[in-house]
Design a protein around this ligand. Structure first.
Ligand code: PMP
Length: 465
């Protein structure tokens, strides 16, 4: 795999794409005068497009997915062997890889006990919402049904997952939404003035930000709230880490009002931040964890909803009542390619020490970015953990006014021209996606990290001077 294609002419493929494919998140008018990028091959950290141009992929397949890198023969071999043996059977029955991966996964998640297989992050989150609604019916006469979600967080593209999403660009024009979803404020320290908490700092700010959630619970009535759903580090909303003190207070609030805590690890899960899961940095135990992207690094479509024995046990009560169990199914939760790939994916992370590498390379990336911040006034904030980092670009460090989205996109375009694919995000403000984001594969080397940061340095100079 080196980007030299057999017939070296993919113009037919490009034409077929332009005539037939509707790309995700894309305004297609642009393709009347230009060609879409077709990614043809990948190996390690690198991909090649239809013109044979080589890129360092600093976003793991565009959306934080290919954690162990491209071209992993051991995953492909395991998937092929499993598909030949048994490609599919509904998860009403078990399968060998589903049992073995669940065992391995639970081993990495102290306090958790059951894995429910499904096929996308949105779908995994929907399972949690359904379980909470069913518990509300079972135990609280249907009253404790409300689901709290945070401003700037994203939980998926299906209707209920969108109803739990606090990002303008993802939800505008798609209402009306599902009832019973209530938004709570975020905890972004860089923009704490927007929360009216500019006088606080450190753990004091963290606790006060969490207290804003309690305020909403009291307004709604704690007896009506069943779930609080949060991203451990907000991804698409601008790479936002919670401040010190926040998570302990969140868990305390949930316990006080008998509210279940759901951590959406679709992006942070399976190594991205240097631990198996993002919440494991915070010293708390959630009631639900969902994961998708990195579970099998994109080699197969798999997502998981994981919960505790306590939640699971509620669905074993009253076995004579045929409505008492969780009456849910996802057809492709039974495709064995997913857990077969996930098992090897996790083994690779262990065998190659990729959690340690992620921490080390993340520190290097952050140090490089902090140096760039000294040089480029446009970098307002450097955020993130492990190989999940963001740079917020602002017109003025005092006012923190975001740069125009076109300028942030120009930085992405310039990096692309230099052969480095990066992303831009922050879906909360209309037209103001101003946060560059970076999530290289967990196999990244010092040279890869430095090459990515050099490209950003050049691009910022080209766009902002
Ligand atoms: N949760 C989070 C935090 C996500 O970032 C995403 C996808 N970007 C989802 C859920 C939805 O996952 P999927 O696209 O697999 O449905």
């Amino acid at each position: 795999m080196d980007g030299t294609f057999k017939d070296n002419d993919l113009s037919k493929v490009v034409a077929a794409d332009k005539a037939n494919v509707w790309h995700h998140l894309s305004q297609h008018k642009q393709y009347e005068t230009s060609d879409p990028r077709i990614i043809v091959e990948g190996k390690g950290m690198r991909v090649w497009d239809q013109n044979g141009k080589e890129f360092i992929d600093a976003v793991s397949g565009g959306v934080w997915t290919v954690n162990v890198g491209y071209g992993r023969e051991e995953i492909c071999d395991a998937v092929r062997d499993q598909l030949m043996k048994l490609c599919y059977f509904a998860q009403t029955a078990g399968s060998i890889p589903a049992a073995l991966f669940a065992e391995k996964l639970i081993d990495k998640m102290p306090g958790m006990s059951r894995v429910y297989y499904t096929n996308s992050g949105s779908d995994a989150n929907e399972k949690v919402f359904k379980i909470v609604r069913q518990i509300s019916h079972k135990k609280y006469g249907g009253k404790k049904h409300k689901i709290l979600y945070r401003d700037r967080d994203y939980h998926g593209s299906t209707l209920a997952a969108m109803s739990a999403t606090g990002q303008h660009e993802r939800i505008a024009q798609y209402g009306p939404f599902a009832p019973g979803f209530v938004k709570v404020p975020h905890c972004m320290e860089y923009r704490k003035h927007e929360l009216g908490l500019e006088d606080l700092s450190g753990a004091e700010f963290g606790r006060a930000a969490a207290d804003q959630i309690e305020k909403v619970i009291l307004e709604e009535g704690p007896e009506t709230v069943g779930l609080l759903c949060l991203e451990p580090i907000t991804a698409g909303g601008g790479v936002i880490e919670a401040p010190e003190g926040y998570w302990e207070r969140v868990r305390e609030i949930c316990d006080k009002y008998d509210i279940l805590l759901h951590i959406d690890e679709v992006v942070c899960g399976v190594g991205r931040t240097g631990k198996w899961f993002g919440y494991q940095h915070f010293g708390i135990e959630p009631d639900f964890v969902t994961m998708a992207k990195g579970v099998a690094s994109g080699y197969a479509a798999i997502a998981c909803m994981v919960t505790t024995e306590k939640v699971f046990d509620m669905f074993k009560e009253d076995p004579s009542d045929h409505m008492s169990h969780f009456r849910d199914i996802s057809t492709f939760g039974g495709c064995t390619a997913g857990p077969a790939a996930a098992l090897v994916n996790m083994q690779i992370i262990e065998d190659e020490g990729l959690l340690e590498n992620t921490t080390k390379m993340g520190e290097r990336m952050r140090a490089n970015f902090l140096k760039l911040q000294e040089k480029h006034a446009v970098i307002g904030d450097v955020r993130g953990k492990g190989l999940f980092q963001g740079l917020e670009l602002v017109k003025d460090r005092e006012t923190k006014e975001p740069v125009d989205e076109a300028q942030a996109q120009a930085v992405v375009g310039n990096c692309g021209a230099q052969g480095v694919i990066i992303g831009v995000t922050n879906r909360s403000l209309p037209g103001r996606n101003n946060t560059l984001c970076f999530s290289p594969a967990l196999i990244a080397t010092e040279e890869d990290i430095d090459a990515i940061c050099d490209a950003v340095d050049n691009a910022l100079t080209a766009v902002f001077g």
